[in-house]
Design a protein around this ligand. Structure first.
Ligand code: NAD
Length: 488
């Protein structure tokens, strides 16, 4: 990888530097080979990064110079595009992302979406004139101004790192904030490469973007707690999100959370069962199920339960987890041995809870190296089982029976999460009526795609707070100032 020559660096205050805690290995999850080293930041590095972001916000015109910001974000998009083939190979190697997904959400999608962030800033109505009024009898001219929140601490996971890093960076910068990004320790290079490109190929001023890779999770907690940080934007597990929210409470900072999911794929009794269940099975295999919005509960008519299980198992049993560099691979490895063992522990739990496997159930015998898990269908359980309630984050689908539309809605909503949902049914109006009752932030009806730059994404309930992407995602990074000027 020409962009990173063996060891990646931190970006702090415009300079590429090594980490105070030395380096740590980044590993290819498909082969278990060490790709190289990433800079391992310590608390002093994080402190300098926060300080640099604070000064860049307070002492420069970054937050008010929309033209500069728009130009810089487009520069970043363009330089990422120039390097897209190197980035693709890096993403496949470090994330284990199947090559086909790098044409979309794993790489090219989020790069293109930077254009949406720049366009939004350019056309945004920053000042709204509310006109004259006489509140309390005093003639007043009123306006509402939107301005940046300040310093944003962004904490991200490893599953779709470009998507999540850039869906925070783009809108936060477009809105006028400065940022400290702390990516997941499992995928440091795909974040560090942004730092290299920003430092060497854009006019983004020093301190506006800081990228701090580390194995130390407490650096994330530092961001959440530090009074110099005005907002924390977090994507990851619900457990960590809860801790981020608690740490942020001391300074009442703005908290954006995009957390876990246990989304339902509801098949109504008039649907094409074969089509719906194969789509459900296929989609849970994408990127080995490591997507927070993947529909991992298949909710099907009770009368056709066995048929539905067989169809899903037919699809998933035919998808062999394998080499993500190959163009036809759908299901690559999971990110780490720890994650593979976590998924395996849920498979063991499914049996202990009285479930059975219609396909899969463990590690593939023909893959001695790499963190692979067989696509697995769990049957014979109800929505009360832990494997139907907890996020597994692997290629695992639990099939649950329903007794009609009301029961299907009840089951879909009977979850601590509310990130996404899918409904399949032949009668589009009926499917839309079911969809309207689902407590989830995104809903797909009969195969519609909600993922795009102008669509807001986020969750109800314990799946999070706020929205990423779309104009709503941009506005998460804004404060509102009401200005009243005496008019006489
Ligand atoms: P995590 O939530 O533990 O970590 C996400 C990010 O938070 C990382 O950058 C991590 O360093 C940081 N972090 C960890 N502890 C922190 C703390 N106390 N304060 C601030 N930041 C902290 O997620 P993970 O360990 O990468 O994965 C664990 C599980 O999370 C997965 O198995 C999966 O279920 C879930 N997950 C969900 C998503 C999602 O998008 N919803 C993404 C990845 C993982």
């Amino acid at each position: 990888m020409a962009l990173i020559d063996g060891t990646s660096r931190l970006l702090i205050d415009g300079k590429l530097t090594s980490g105070g805690a030395g380096g740590f290995a980044t590993v290819n999850p498909a082969t278990e080979e060490v790709l190289g080293e990433a800079a391992n930041a310590d608390a002093a590095d994080m402190d300098r990064a926060i300080d640099a972001a604070r000064r860049a916000f307070d002492d420069t015109d970054w937050s008010t110079n929309t033209e500069l910001r728009v130009r810089c974000i487009r520069q970043l998009r363009d330089v990422l595009r120039e390097h897209v083939e190197e980035l693709r190979e890096l993403t496949i190697a470090e994330v284990g992302a199947p090559r086909m997904l790098t044409a979309g959400a794993q790489l090219e999608g989020p790069i293109a979406d930077l254009g949406f962030a720049a366009d939004t800033a350019e056309s945004y109505e920053w000042t709204q004139d509310l006109g004259h009024a006489t509140p309390l009898g005093i003639p007043t001219r009123r306006s509402v101004v939107r301005e940046a929140v300040g310093v944003v601490g962004a904490i991200t996971p490893w599953n779709f790192p470009h998507q999540i890093n850039l869906a925070k960076l783009g809108p936060a910068l477009a809105a006028g904030n400065t940022i400290v990004l702390k990516p997941a320790p499992d995928t440091p290079w795909v974040a560090a490469v942004l730092g290299e490109l920003i430092a060497e190929h854009t006019d983004i001023p020093p301190g506006v973007v800081n990228i701090v890779t580390s194995t130390d999770h407490t650096l994330g907690a530092m961001l959440a707690g530090d009074p110099r940080v005005d907002m924390v934007s977090f994507t990851g597990s619900t457990a960590t999100g809860r801790s981020v929210m608690a740490d942020a409470a001391a300074t009442i900072k703005k908290v954006f959370l995009e957390l876990g999911g246990k989304s339902a794929f509801v098949v109504l009794d008039d649907a094409d069962l074969a089509g719906a269940c194969s789509v459900a099975g296929f989609s849970v295999c994408l990127h080995a199920g490591q997507g927070c919005a993947i529909t991992t509960r298949l909710v099907v008519p009770r009368a056709r339960y066995d048929e539905a299980v067989a169809i899903a198992a037919g699809t998933m049993g035919s998808i062999k987890p394998g080499d993500p560099t190959k163009p036809g691979t759908v299901c690559g490895p999971v990110i780490s041995a720890r994650q593979r063992d976590r998924v395996q522990s849920y498979l063991d739990l499914a049996l202990a809870e009285g479930g059975e496997f219609a396909c899969g159930g463990g590690r593939p015998a023909d893959q001695p190296a790499g963190f692979f898990i067989e696509p697995t269908v769990i049957a014979g359980l109800t929505n009360d089982a832990r494997v139907a309630r907890e996020e597994i984050f692997g290629p695992v689908l639990t099939v649950i029976a329903h007794d009609g539309d009301d029961d299907a809605v009840r089951i879909a909503n009977d979850s601590p999460y509310g990130l996404s949902a899918t409904v399949y049914g032949a009668d589009a109006d009926r499917a839309a009526r079911v969809a309207a009752r689902l407590r989830a932030g995104t809903v797909n009806i009969n195969g519609g795609v909600w993922y795009s730059a102008d669509m807001p994404f986020g969750g109800y309930k314990q799946s999070g707070n706020g929205r990423e992407m779309g104009v709503a995602g941009f506005e998460e990074y804004l404060e509102i100032k009401a200005i009243a000027t005496a008019a006489n």
